[in-house]
Design a protein around this ligand. Structure first.
Ligand SMILES: [Zn+2]
Length: 156
């Protein structure tokens, strides 16, 4: 079989497995830029509210997932919320064992209808589903305008 012959069946394909390390910049766009700027500059959480159905998104969405309306309204939200779910990680994202387990949770801030994932700053036995949590932010001088400006969420 010649190398230049068109192969249309999967079992005729030739594969080379491997990993390609890549560095890239991801622009946050007009919807997330105000969110990160207010988080960095003011330590505030600003979500997006659909004016048609009232769904509030945090982080903000460009379109409403419930009714497909374009969202243009920003709303300031609390830094407190509810822990909707969580998991305890014993390995990092590269599969390396952690020295100390980490808790990652789904947090839904008061006033928002959607949760997001972030670190929970507590011992595993000291939290429960539905508990109240509060954001712990980095010092303003150390914020860069990313989700890492939030150190994590602590139970209250
Ligand atoms: Zn909507």
């Amino acid at each position: 079989m010649a190398m230049l012959k068109k192969r249309t069946r999967r079992e005729d394909q030739i594969f080379v497995e491997g990993n390609i390390p890549m560095e890239y910049l991801y622009t946050v766009g007009p919807t997330l830029e105000p969110f990160f700027k207010k988080l960095k500059d003011k330590g505030e959480f600003h979500g997006a509210k659909c004016e048609k159905c009232g769904t509030v998104y945090l982080p903000p969405n460009y379109f409403c997932e419930a009714c497909f309306e374009r969202i243009t309204k920003n709303v300031k939200l609390s830094s407190r919320g509810i822990l909707d779910s969580y998991t305890i990680a014993h390995y990092d994202s590269l599969g390396k064992a952690l020295k100390k387990p980490e808790i990652w949770g789904l947090i839904r801030l008061n006033g928002s209808d959607t949760p997001f994932v972030h670190r929970i700053l507590a011992e595993p036995g000291k939290i429960e589903l539905g508990c109240q949590v509060k954001a712990k932010l980095k010092a303003k001088s150390k914020r860069t305008g990313s989700m890492n400006d939030i150190e994590g969420f602590v139970p209250i």
